[in-house]
Design a protein around this ligand. Structure first.
Ligand code: AMP
Length: 214
C-alpha cells in the first residue's frame, strides 16, 4: 500500500506517520526529516535548503523530487511507502505520479488531516526540542518537568527557527497557496480520504487507519 499524509504544518502528520507506517509495515519518508538530516550533515543539498527552510518557504521542486526519488527504492523491502510532507506543490505531485507510473506502481490513498489555522499556530509556536537528544516537548500540551530544560539530560530546550511565530504564519500561507490545491487534485483522482486531526493521538491514528481500509 502506498500512502500520502497531507495536511498543514503542525497537523500531527509526523507523529501519525510513525504509527501508521508501523501498523501497515510501510517505509516512512518525511521530506522535512530528510532535509534536516541533510542540513545537519552539511551536504550541498542541506546547505541549499537551509535558506528556504529558515524563511518558511518551500525548497525548489526539482531538488525535493530528486531527493525523494532517491529514497523510494527502500520501499521494496516493505509493504509500500508512506509520504509525509511530500508532495507539497502540484509540480511535485505530477512529478511523483510520473515517477510512480514509470516504476509500475501507484498511490492507494491520500489522507488529508484537517486542523484549523488557529489551532496550528498554538501547536507550532509552543514546540520545543532538545538539541542534544532530539526529544520534543510542547509548552502547553507536553511541557518538560522543569521549564525550558530537557527531562533527560538537563540541556536548555530550543525552538526550531521555523516554529517562530512570524515563520509559522509564513508556512501556513505557503500551505494555503501551494499545498491546498492538492486536495482537489487527489479528490479528482478518487484517492482523497479526509480525517479530522483534532483529538488524542490514538484516536486520530484510528481514523486514518479506518480511512485506508475503507
Ligand atoms: P516540515 O518538517 O515537513 O514542516 O518541513 C520543514 C521545511 O522543510 C518546510 O517548511 C520547507 O521549507 C521544507 N520542506 C519539507 N518538505 C518539502 C517539500 N515537499 N517541498 C518543499 N519544501 C519542503
Amino acid at each position: 500500500m502506498n500512502l500520502i499524509l497531507l495536511g498543514p504544518p503542525g497537523a500531527g502528520k509526523g507523529t501519525q506517520a510513525v504509527h501508521i507506517a508501523e501498523a501497515f509495515g510501510l517505509l516512512h519518508l518525511s521530506s522535512g526529516d530528510i532535509l534536516r538530516r541533510e542540513r545537519k550533515a552539511r551536504t550541498e543539498l542541506g546547505q541549499k535548503a537551509q535558506v528556504y527552510m529558515d524563511r518558511g518557504d518551500l525548497v525548489p521542486d526539482d531538488l525535493i523530487l530528486a531527493m525523494m526519488v532517491e529514497h523510494f527504492g527502500q520501499a521494496k523491502e516493505k509493504n509500500g511507502f508512506l509520504l509525509d510532507g511530500f508532495p507539497r506543490t502540484l509540480a511535485q505531485a505530477t512529478g511523483l505520479k510520473s515517477r510512480l507510473e514509470s516504476a509500475g506502481t501507484r498511490l492507494d490513498h491520500v489522507v488529508s488531516v484537517e486542523v484549523e489555522d488557529a489551532e496550528i499556530i498554538a501547536r507550532l509556536t509552543g514546540r520545543l526540542y532538545c538539541p542534544e537528544c532530539g526529544r520534543t516537548y510542547h509548552e502547553l500540551f507536553s511541557p518538560p518537568r522543569n521549564a525550558g530544560v530537557c527531562d533527560v539530560n538537563g540541556e536548555k530546550l530550543l525552538r526550531r527557527k521555523d516554529d517562530m511565530p512570524e515563520v509559522v504564519r509564513q508556512r501556513l500561507e505557503t500551505y494555503h497557496r501551494e499545498t491546498k490545491p492538492l486536495i482537489a487534485y487527489y479528490g479528482e483522482q478518487g484517492l482523497l480520504r479526509t480525517v479530522d486531526g483534532i483529538g488524542e493521538i490514538g484516536e486520530v491514528s484510528e481514523r486514518i487507519k479506518k480511512a485506508c481500509r475503507a
